[in-house]
Design a protein. Sequence first.
Lengths: 115, 111
Amino acid sequence: NAGVTQTPKFQVLKTGQSMTLQCAQDMNHEYMSWYRQDPGMGLRLIHYSVGAGITDQGEVPNGYNVSRSTTEDFPLRLLSAAPSQTSVYFCASSYSDRVLTYEQYFGPGTRLTVT
Amino acid sequence: GNSVTQMEGPVTLSEEAFLTINCTYTATGYPSLFWYVQYPGEGLQLLLKATKADDKGSNKGFEATYRKETTSFHLEKGSVQVSDSAVYFCAFSGAGNKLTFGGGTRVLVKP
């Protein structure tokens, strides 16, 4: 199993450009999520999904869109990049039910710089 | 609101020293508690977890006990190694699988 994969590893964008960060998992996990990591602030949840066709907002969703058309993939779209979106982005996945809490598996991250 | 507070780093130690990283949380109900570790250039890995009060999570010589009365989940290791140099994140899981993280504590172990 490859686990959680993310592409690209690094990206530089100009203000106003758009792009999609890719995330895929091969563990048949229902739950997938996107976090951003900023110095001193830990990881903050951007968007999450509990299954194909279902997405919801996290703590910092503004400026980002997601969709979940398959169980495996959960892309994150930046519609019009801003310097405030310079960050490291992590995708994570896990099993999910309403009773138990499962370990989340993280991808290696995408380092994004917006100039 | 929900939050996690952990000590700021960096924490610099010599090999074989004792490590403690404090973590307290504010949450409704009885969340599950986690410590994640991030080695240089990598994503986060689960280090240990505890799902109910008084549970002790342990892994790789690290331990943390879920203290409901003090809303704490302090991480300890009795004798650190250079390979323990990393950033450590305390987190809890509330509704569903959503994780709330602390700001992270960078630990540097010198030989």
